[in-house]
Design a protein around this ligand. Structure first.
Ligand code: ADP
Ligand code: MG
Length: 267
């Protein structure tokens, strides 16, 4: 059984079909990239899966259990975690405290009434910080961290909740190319070992093709292609959406400083 099964999802805003009969699966341990031009419906898909939006039609099943109609918090309880475009850490707290807080809320989620003290989780929090390469900074305040490092702490916090599925809507927005690659390499290493499925969006085609196990492409709300990097790179409808017919992706795309779509058509 798929970890996540999205079936025939549709959602309109006014007259705009933001998501139009979209179906896809995510397997345990798989990194699935959801790509498409601005306005394609990617964030709307994310927000339906995490319960922020209710679709007009369709089904979203996690381990066979229907999520549509559930509140965001209950969907989180079932094991759908997310990282945020704007990092969700508390600036005045240390890295260690931030991760400990996440561990406390996980225990509350799993064991209900028992309210554990944050101090219980110091070792586990340190281990998580170590896994994201931030253990040396554990007792510093989040406010002093560089942006890329905050994203690592964010990942540790998301993992502290032991999600089955992790939703990452533009996790590398605002990051330099090297940082983007580092964050996705780290994400891949940490989730595949744990069997966590990841659904992520990303503007850099380099990053998508380097780290996604599979790619699905949305355009104007419709799913127009899915497959591995090579399939997507060579798909005529994808090329048409991004560049106009007859163009192909460059093997290594250059990265633009503003984080906009970085692939260019080959002459
Ligand atoms: P993407 O994340 O791929 O850029 P979105 O899912 O944000 O795309 O948007 C898909 C379409 O739905 C766009 O046309 C956008 O303008 C529209 N849309 C998204 N959210 C809303 C909203 N809350 N109200 C009205 N229209 C929206
Ligand atoms: Mg978006």
């Amino acid at each position: 059984m798929s970890l996540l099964r999205v079936s025939n999802l549709s959602m309109s805003f006014g007259g705009v079909k933001a998501v139009d009969d979209v179906s896809f699966d995510v397997q345990p341990g798989e990194l699935l990239a959801l790509i498409g031009p601005n306005g394609a419906g990617k964030s709307t898909c994310f927000n339906i899966v995490n319960g922020q939006l209710r679709p007009s039609h369709g089904s979203v099943r996690l381990d066979g259990h229907e999520l549509i109609g559930m509140r965001p918090r209950d969907i989180w309880r079932r094991g759908v975690g997310r990282t945020f475009q704007v990092a969700a850490t508390f600036n005045s707290m240390t890295l260690l405290e931030n991760v400990q807080m996440a561990l406390v809320s996980r225990e509350k989620r799993l064991y209900g009434l028992w309210k554990p003290a944050a101090s219980c989780f110091e070792d586990e929090a340190m281990a998580l910080l170590d896994q994201v390469g931030m253990a040396a900074h554990a007792r510093r305040a989040c406010s002093v961290l560089a942006y890329g490092d905050v994203k690592r702490v964010d990942l540790a916090i998301a993992l502290a909740n032991r999600p089955k599925l992790l939703l990452m809507d533009e996790p590398t927005a605002g990051m330099a190319p090297k940082e983007r690659n580092d964050l996705m390499a780290l994400t891949k290493r940490l989730v595949s070992g744990r069997g966590i499925g990841v659904l992520f969006t990303e503007h850099s085609m380099d990053v998508v093709f380097s780290y996604a196990d599979r790619v699905i492409v949305l355009a104007r709300g419709k799913l127009i292609a899915q497959g591995d990097a090579d399939t997507i790179r060579n798909d005529a409808s994808v090329q048409a959406v991004y560049f106009g017919t007859g163009k192909t992706f460059r093997p290594r795309a250059s990265l633009s400083p503003d984080g906009a779509t970085q692939t260019e058509p080959r002459a």
